[in-house]
Every structure is written in structure tokens, then in C-alpha cells.
Design a protein around this ligand. Structure first.
Ligand SMILES: *Cc1c(COP(=O)(O)O)cnc(C)c1O
Length: 384
């Protein structure tokens, strides 16, 4: 296979990606593309960004050899501990980058969307640390499910904008945030929390998340002196998955992407246009998005990002699904074996591993991207 390029100049990853938005957004998107293309090579910007990743976010995160889980599964399992990033998930890697970029644009307000609340919290943190104001659009159903994180955003000085339209979930919050952005295009930056949306957002989120794979590669070589056989990541938009996959995409490692069975856009969807980009989406015969019912709010999104769609279509990543019940079982199993509380999203990656217990060779090396911690999901898990 020829080398895979995840930073194409065109903004298209194969047939996926691009810019399918209202022309009202073109000036802001073109400006963003220009500024981002410059900043990603700017030494001063990168130094500041890496400084925040180190002393504010707490990087590098450890690559933990999970010995109990390894014995149980029957191979060597490592967990990349993104749950230890300040705020409790990988989201802060991206929000710090985009908030710094917003300052360069001279804009004073950040808006974003959130589902499980992790992106909302991570954005409010970065905005507070860097002195910008912040509005977080959140579906009313997600606000009920993730009360603690909604309160955290407020404590951090962010304003929560409840979104009632549609089903009151993540995709509705994204739509509402886009409308607000169009109206306030000169004063505010829309910080998209994952590798979704029109160009340059998918590339930008992937750029700020690539630190995960960069560190993992060095750490696994230090600890095992070889590449992993498999890398497993959960995902909706795909930012934590692309974050770790991109460092290995041109190696022989098997890359496994686990989506929620109740929102399985790769396994049960098809290509279409959604929220500004061409990508895999769960759609009905009219091209409208179908309802999703994943309990992990962060996975409850009907589309994948364009890079994930591209790698899937190429056959470079394998898609697997895990349902709500299996995810909760994996939560309990991980707590029992390792004393770690994974986020329900992360539990999807762990559930795939647990389902395949006993099927790997003893020597096989597997890395799971442990995308976040599960404190936010305690109520949901205890109710089941
Ligand atoms: C947001 C989130 C995800 C899903 O988002 P991606 O962009 O697909 O990574 C997964 N795990 C956790 C802990 C999250 O907070």
C-alpha cells in the first residue's frame, strides 16, 4: 500500500472531508485554514503550546502495563493513560491548541459544544487559563445525564447554553453552535471538540491530538523494544483514535476502531454530508441523520470524522461495535482488575478487548487508548 497522507493540502481525505457549509462561513474558515497552516510550523507557537501540554495538562501521560488485565486476557496489554490529562480526558490537548490559536486571531470569545461534558470542561479550562470568555452549547438531555460536568463548566467561568432543538443531544448542540458562530463570526472562534466539521477542523483537531501517538511510540519502544501488534481506540468523531493511530498508520500494526453499537456509523452507515463535511453517517433514505441511543454521551453522534472514514474505506482500520450493556460490564471488569475507573466511552475499547479474551498469543502486544476517566459516569453505571 502506498504511504497514507493524513494532512492533504486539499482538505480531502480521499473522497471524505472538504467544506460543505454555508458561504457565510467561508471567510472564517479560509482565515482559519491560513492561520492554522502557518501556526503548525511556527516555532514560537509550538513552544508555547508544548509548554501548556507539559505543565498545565500534565503530559507526557504514562503508558501503563496492565498486568492483571494482561493475565486475564492472555497477552500483553498497555493502557495509554489519557484519563490522567488535566480535566480527565484527551480533550484538553485540542482545546489548549485551539484556544492559543484563537488568541493569535485576536478574537476574545470561544464557543464550543459538549456531550459528556468533557470537551466543555476542557474548553472552559483552557479559556480560563488563557483569558478568553467561553460559551458551551449542550443538549438538554446531555445536561441531565452529565450534571456534574455542566456544573464544572459554570464554576470555571463558562456559560452553558442549553440546546432544546432536535433530540437535545450532541449533534443538536453542534448545529446550534454553528448558527451562533455565523452570527458572531468576527468576534468568536468555534472550537470543535473532535475531528469533525468542515476543513480545517478535522486536520486541526488531529494535529493537536497527535501527541498521544507520538508519546506512545516512544514509550512502547522504550518498554518493549518493538511495535504493538494492535492498537484499540473507541470513538465517535475520532479525535482520540486518530490521535494515537496517526503515528502508526504507515506501520504494520492493526488499528481497531470501536464505535457504539447504538451509533455505529461505519458498521451500519454510508457516506453522506453532515455538519459541513463528507463522511460516514447513519442516515435514512432522505439523507437525514438517524437517532442514536448510546449511553456514552461522548459516542452518541451519528457520524464519524473524515479521516476515520477514509482509513476505514481504505481498509487500514477495522471497525468493531460494542453495545451499552457490554460497555458497562467492561467498566466493572476494569475497576475489579486494575482499580481504574474508565469513562463509558473508553469502556467500548476495553469491552472489545475483553470479548476477545483468550484469542491472542501470549506475546502479542496490545495498546488501548484509555481516553478518559469515568467519574462522570458513576451515576449511569450504578443505575444499571
Ligand atoms: C469525547 C470523548 C470520546 C470521543 O471523542 P473522540 O473525538 O472520538 O475521541 C472518547 N472518550 C472520551 C473519554 C471522551 O471524552
Amino acid at each position: 500500500m502506498s504511504k497514507i497522507n493524513l494532512t492533504p493540502k486539499s482538505g480531502y481525505f480521499g473522497e471524505f472531508g472538504g467544506n460543505f457549509t454555508s458561504e457565510l462561513l467561508y471567510p472564517a474558515l479560509f482565515e482559519l485554514r491560513k492561520v492554522f497552516s502557518k501556526l503548525k510550523k511556527d516555532r514560537h507557537f509550538l513552544k508555547t503550546y508544548r509548554g501548556y501540554l507539559g505543565s498545565y495538562a500534565g503530559r507526557p501521560t504514562p503508558l501503563y502495563f496492565a498486568s492483571n488485565l494482561s493475565d486475564f486476557i492472555g497477552c500483553r496489554v498497555y493502557l495509554k493513560r489519557e484519563d490522567l490529562v488535566n480535566g480527565g480526558s484527551h480533550k484538553l490537548n485540542n482545546t489548549l491548541g485551539q484556544v492559543l490559536l484563537t488568541k493569535t486571531l485576536g478574537k476574545k470569545e470561544i464557543i464550543t459544544e459538549t456531550a459528556a461534558g468533557m470537551n466543555g470542561v476542557a474548553t472552559a479550562m483552557a479559556a480560563a487559563a488563557l483569558g478568553l470568555t467561553c460559551k458551551v452549547f449542550m443538549g438538554v438531555r446531555d445536561m441531565e445525564r452529565q450534571r456534574l460536568n455542566a456544573q464544572k463548566v459554570k464554576l470555571l467561568g463558562g456559560e452553558i447554553i442549553p440546546v432544546k432543538r432536535g433530540e437535545g443531544v450532541l449533534k443538536d448542540a453542534v448545529s446550534e453552535a454553528m448558527v451562533y458562530w455565523i452570527r458572531n463570526i468576527h468576534t468568536c472562534h468555534y472550537l470543535i471538540g473532535s475531528t469533525v466539521g468542515p476543513d480545517p477542523f478535522p486536520e486541526m483537531a488531529a494535529f493537536f491530538q497527535k501527541i498521544i501517538g507520538f508519546e506512545t511510540r516512544m514509550q512502547i519502544f522504550q518498554q518493549e523494544k518493538r511495535l504493538p501488534g494492535k492498537i484499540i481506540a473507541c470513538g465517535s468523531g475520532g479525535s482520540n483514535a486518530i490521535g494515537i493511530f496517526q503515528a502508526f498508520v504507515n506501520d504494520s500494526c492493526e488499528l481497531i476502531f470501536v464505535e457504539g453499537a447504538e451509533s455505529a456509523a461505519l458498521s451500519s452507515g454510508s457516506a453522506g454530508i453532515f455538519q459541513g463535511t463528507k463522511t460516514y453517517i447513519l442516515q435514512d433514505e432522505y439523507g437525514m441523520d438517524r437517532k442514536t441511543t448510546s449511553r456514552a454521551a461522548g459516542l452518541n453522534y451519528p457520524a464519524r470524522g473524515p479521516q476515520i472514514s477514509y482509513l476505514y474505506k481504505l481498509g487500514r482500520i477495522k471497525a468493531e461495535t460494542v453495545n451499552n450493556r457490554e460497555a458497562v460490564a467492561a467498566f466493572r471488569e476494569t475497576v475489579r482488575l486494575e482499580g481504574l475507573l474508565p469513562a463509558l466511552e473508553t469502556c467500548h475499547a476495553l469491552a472489545y478487548l475483553l470479548r476477545n479474551k483468550g484469542k491472542f498469543s501470549q506475546k502479542e502486544l496490545i495498546v488501548v487508548n484509555f481516553s478518559g476517566r469515568g467519574d462522570k459516569d458513576m451515576e449511569t453505571v450504578l443505575k444499571i
